[in-house]
Design a binder for this molecule. Sequence first.
Ligand SMILES: *Cc1c(COP(=O)(O)O)cnc(C)c1O
Length: 367
Amino acid sequence: MNNIPFVNLDRQYDALRSEINKAIQAVIDSKAFIQGPYVRAFEESFAAFCGCSYVIGCSNGTSALSLALEALGVGPGDEVITVAHTFAATANAIKHVGALPVFVDIEPNAYTMDPAALACALTPRTKAVLPVHLYGTPCDMVQIKSATSQRGIAILEDAAQAHGASLCGRPVGSFGDAATYSFYPGKNLGAYGDAGAIATNDDELARRLGKLRDHGRSSKYLHDIYGYNHRMDGIQGAVLSVKLKSLARWNARRRDLARRYDAAFADRKFKTILAPRDAVPVYHLYIVEVSNRDEVARKMEADGIATGVHYPVPLHRQESFRKDAGNLVLPTTERIAERILSLPICGELSDAEQDRVIESFLSVARG
Ligand SMILES: *Cc1c(COP(=O)(O)O)cnc(C)c1O
């Protein structure tokens, strides 16, 4: 029997091979290697997909976050409230602009920012809130907005795992001032290298971001503001334009697979992701809680099935943030970090393969 990888990029490429090869060749023929028409075309089609006015392509999801924070005016002396249950990039970006990450707990159903914890963490120095639509599950943006709206605090949505997710009929990324995306190869929409983007409906912010990512340029040798080289490559724009056409279908397949997992685990009472009622999640990851994680992972590996843990060490317990977090205690974050296991869920996983995953999991897992 074949091994089941965590993400099957071979199968995805096989299905799109000739179109992707042609798109890459076109960039090489035109020499539009950095920004240019292929990046612009992707920005336009991704803006339409996200239902927002502007998309600013950039070099990766982390630079998207730090550019957006800087454009929103976040800097030294400011506090940015986020979660410790996320990939390190979320909080690294806060440090990149010189601000202080303030970690709050998650709520135990959806594993996303607890709006009540956010409300308790607000101080006069809070400049922005950075909720993460982790696993492709929309955060409770309605509560998050109402906790901050009186105080004029900026909201930046980290949608690196949530391309195409929506809440109350509105796409994620349209609730805050801006949202950032990562197109790291394993994400729901992945490039063939590093790439990222910022989405916003604010035209002033969009203009500023367009300059900030490219040396603060207003023209080739005129620089209005101090900026960076955080540009997107033409080849990434071209590959992303091809793959974007399949994204809605891949996301729908991920939701089907999630429903099948949910059904298989429900009668054994395993806790999985419970998205908010009005949410359409996109299941970048499918996680399930177990009490014997290492044993389950070992058994599944022996059965040829890749699993992961997203994420095993919360950010407030990482060496890199120890000084910022002190001896902060986040009970839900800490408890689930010991229990969560990620199962394969990419758009290319077949029903038969998923059945093998479920069988292997259930043979040892304890709730
Ligand atoms: C992947 C990811 C990022 C960073 O994206 P890169 O493109 O790898 O820089 C940021 N936040 C979250 C939640 C992510 O999953």
